[in-house]
Design a protein around this ligand. Structure first.
Ligand code: NAD
Length: 792
């Protein structure tokens, strides 16, 4: 034992252990063996697997491997409970959520200790971060339950939600999923990750204790197979998944065509930018939190350090010094910085990736600090001397490993930061607020922290861009993800259009002057690459014109042109509004001509054709009006920071318009897309494309910048597949048959593009109530939350 004088001399930490006993006693009260929590009851344990303490390797409890039958039972219980739960008033549901929040606070230490035992994270983190945030989520969503009908009029819950979560924040991810789902009136089946089921089981007991109606929350434990059974169950209306991008893509493919709601919170490789004018010591402390919080097993970990070259050497030197004072050890020791990784397989995975990084030329630094003799412990690691293509720079390591690179200019910093398939989070350190606020909107990530890192709050949405997934958790955006318009359930299948009276011979010339509409790419008319043209028939089968048959190359050119026009998104909303108004004005000027064209293609009455043109003009007006109004919010999280929720365009959008309503069908989808700043590749109705090919002249006289609207004619299903597979397309909206919608959703997994499909249902785009509001605006935008600290 050191003498006090010696302790003053060395300033060494003594042990500060937290007792594991209460958590162990709780496990014992269940015989250290658990069944499933279904319909408010515990089932008898089935085939079990062991949940181990990663710090010691010792088993904590036996947990049941959920079978398809378990999932089915849980779905039935959730379905039965949905009726009464969703019919409760918001106030009543809010009181249940409040009761859960209070119970979590009352048992917060038990939850924290159990979490640290099961997951290996330092008690300091589970006690001070995870569990308080869990309670905060239930409190916050208790409020949403009550205000739902005011804030989300005409929205209804999905029904039964299947929720699948990872092991890195076991209870927190549960709260992020369950709190909004219940607030909205859904019932849930939640599957925790196989390594970390225990706090979810304790949560089940809390639900029981606070009198949550049976079947509202069901916890089914198990691994990937159990997850697959949830994803594939036809009785589930929405899947909410947090986990790896790989499994997220598999889930996207498995749910394609089913009409299930889907939100995906996936991986990341988040950049941590340090500019030369940063407060270096603060930036180093921030970095410790960014990459060594939870042993680096954080989806939004600042795992890619980008430091300005002028301070690189000094920064790295200080960083190494700081790394050597980090303490790795028993997660239940309150003075530990880094605990245990979740399982031996994760340790091996991290080691392999580090080895690969070194083999590719990286220089590895690990401080010479003590590690416990056994358990899943790793030293904090820093890899320098890497280039953008190295695997340690591109792949998510999900461990305590930082890779560092440098940049010279702000432009280079942005280019490096965005050089990733992910887009979850980013951190910017600079004492120059102008610089920080200039960089923040340029980073493709759902969250940007300025002079801070890893800040979370229930009122502030969290979620990714690109392959980090889609959907948001937290904030109003997160609530919206558990609701859908009430009218969607009444949609009827489309009536198949009448077959053309006679198949036309492509060589039959139309009467009058030859009219072959070209495509429209990059602001110019373009001939189809294929060299083929397709006849366009009138209602009686006579040929009334020809359009080019678009192919893969035409799509490639159009996407390239649209990518070149991404600046449309940074143009002032007021300017975009003016252009949309101008489009409307110029279309209106030629309304008779457009009405006549509709009649010629569809045989519509003169009045209906005129109405369709008038409705298209009105729709353009409506979204010109939205361009500068559908904007963000400023959140006040319970820290000294604001979070500016910025509504941003998503990127290049592809629209495959419905067969019906030749003009309005395209305009209804085009107008919200353009208003929000997304350049578009539009495939008009296959059978009636001429209303849109006529639009070129209107576009050209309306100051639409080149590349903002690109039009490719041809077979809409063939072109939709090409668009779905194209990595340059960020979003795809497809109006067409159920089978083709499924194909489109499946084909879109390459870059995880966001999709909207009509699934063969008759959306009435003429309905202003439904389609002049936020239905498509929400789908044409994503929210980025920029956290800005204030105060000294
Ligand atoms: P994982 O994808 O392997 O597993 C996640 C969950 O999915 C587990 O419950 C697992 O049992 C289940 N699962 C596995 N295969 C499945 C399948 N085929 N069908 C259905 N379910 C299946 O991920 P992980 O290793 O547990 O977690 C780490 C990953 O989670 C990292 O990539 C991390 O970035 C990500 N993550 C993301 C966020 C976010 O909010 N974006 C938050 C935390 C973690």
């Amino acid at each position: 034992m050191n003498k006090i004088a010696q302790i003053f001399e060395t300033l060494e930490y003594g042990p500060a252990p937290e007792s594991a006993q209460p958590a162990l006693d709780w496990l014992k009260s269940h015989g250290n063996k658990f069944g499933q929590y279904i319909d408010g009851k515990w089932t008898a344990p089935g085939k079990t697997f062991s949940s181990d303490n990663p710090a010691t390797g010792k088993p904590l409890a036996e947990v049941t491997e959920g079978t398809a039958e378990d999932v089915d039972k849980a779905v039935k219980a959730a379905r039965a409970a949905f009726k009464t739960w969703s019919a409760l008033s918001g106030y009543e549901r809010g009181k249940h959520l409040y009761a859960i929040a209070r119970a979590i606070q009352k048992h917060s230490r038990l939850f924290a200790v159990l979490e640290s035992l099961d997951n290996g994270k330092p008690i300091r983190e589970s006690r001070d971060i995870d569990i308080p945030l869990v309670a905060r989520h239930f409190y916050h969503h208790a409020g949403w339950a009550q205000h739902l009908s005011r804030e989300f009029p005409d929205q209804v819950p999905y029904g039964v939600c299947g929720q699948i979560i990872p092991w890195n924040f076991p209870l927190l991810m549960l709260a992020w999923k369950i709190a909004p789902a219940l607030a909205a009136g859904n019932t849930v089946i939640l599957k925790p990750a196989e390594f970390t089921s225990l706090t979810a089981l304790l949560f089940a007991e809390i639900c029981d204790r606070v009198g949550l109606p049976k079947g509202v929350v069901n916890i089914v434990t198990g691994a990937g197979d159990t997850g697959q059974a949830i994803v594939g169950h036809p009785g589930i209306d929405k899947i909410a998944f947090t986990g790896s991008t790989e499994v997220g893509k598999a889930i996207r493919a498995a749910t394609a065509g089913t009409g299930k709601g889907l939100s995906l919170e996936l991986g990341g490789k988040s950049p941590y930018l340090v500019f030369e004018d940063a407060d270096i010591d603060s930036a180093i402390e921030g970095l410790v939190d960014a990459i060594w919080f939870n042993q680096g097993q954080v989806c939004c970990a600042g795992s890619r350090l980008l430091v300005q070259e002028s301070i690189e050497e000094r920064f790295i030197e200080k960083l190494k010094k700081r790394m050597s004072s980090l303490r790795v050890g028993d997660p239940l020791d309150k003075a530990i910085d880094i605990g245990a990784l979740v399982a031996p397989v994760q340790v091996e995975r991290v080691r392999d990736l580090v080895k690969k990084g070194v083999a590719e030329g990286g220089s590895l630094y690990e401080p010479d600090i003590d590690l416990p003799k056994t358990g899943c412990f790793l030293r904090p690691a820093l890899i320098t001397n890497v280039s953008p293509a190295n695997s340690v720079v591109t792949e998510e390591i999900f461990g305590p490993v930082l890779v560092a690179m440098s940049f010279r200019t702000p432009e280079e910093a942005v280019a490096l930061a965005n050089n990733t398939k992910y887009g979850l989070a980013s951190t910017i350190w600079s004492e120059n607020i102008n610089l920080a606020l200039d960089i923040a909107p340029k980073i493709k990530a759902g969250v940007v922290w300025i002079n801070g890192t890893n800040q979370f709050d229930a009122a502030v949405g969290f979620g990714g861009y690109r392959e980090s997934g889609f959907g948001r958790e937290g904030g109003k955006e997160g609530m919206a993800a558990y609701l859908k318009p009430a009218w969607e359930k009444d949609l009827k299948p489309t009536v198949a259009p009448k077959a053309a009276a006679k198949a036309a011979n492509p060589l039959d010339a139309a009467s009058g002057i030859d009219q072959t509409a070209k495509m429209y790419v990059g602001g110019k008319q373009a001939r189809p690459d294929s060299g083929y043209s397709t006849p366009v028939l009138g209602p009686n089968g006579a040929q009334i014109g020809e359009v080019g048959e678009g192919n893969r190359k035409d799509i490639r050119n159009a996407v390239e042109a649209a990518r070149g026009a991404l600046g449309w998104g940074t143009m002032a909303a007021h300017s975009r509004a003016q252009i949309l108004y101008f489009l409307a004005e110029n279309l209106d000027y030629r309304r008779d001509e457009f009405a006549e064209r509709i009649r010629a293609q569809t045989g519509a009455t003169a009045a209906n054709a005129a109405n369709e043109v008038a409705a298209s003009v009105e729709r353009l007006f409506a979204f010109a009006g939205w361009a500068d109004k559908y904007d963000g919010a400023v959140h006040n999280p319970p820290t000294r920071a604001i979070a500016a929720a910025m509504v941003e365009p998503i990127g290049v959008m592809a629209i495959v318009a419905p067969a019906e309503l030749p003009l309005l069908g395209s305009v209804a989808l085009l107008a919200p897309t353009l208003a929000m700043g997304n350049p578009v590749v539009l495939v008009p109705s296959t059978s009636h494309p001429l209303s849109i090919t006529d639009l070129y002249q209107v576009i050209e006289t309306s100051d639409v910048p080149a590349g903002v609207i690109n039009i490719v004619t041809g077979d809409s299903e063939v072109l939709a597949k090409t668009l779905a597979e194209h990595d340059g397309v960020d979003v795809l909206w497809f109006a067409g048959s159920a089978d083709a919608s499924k194909m489109v959703e499946k084909a879109s997994i390459g870059n995880l593009k966001q999709t909207w499909t009509s699934r063969g249902l008759a959306y009435d785009f003429a309905d202003k109530q439904k389609f002049e509001g936020d239905y498509f605006l929400r789908r044409a935008t994503q929210v980025k939350n920029v956290w800005v600290p204030y105060g000294a």
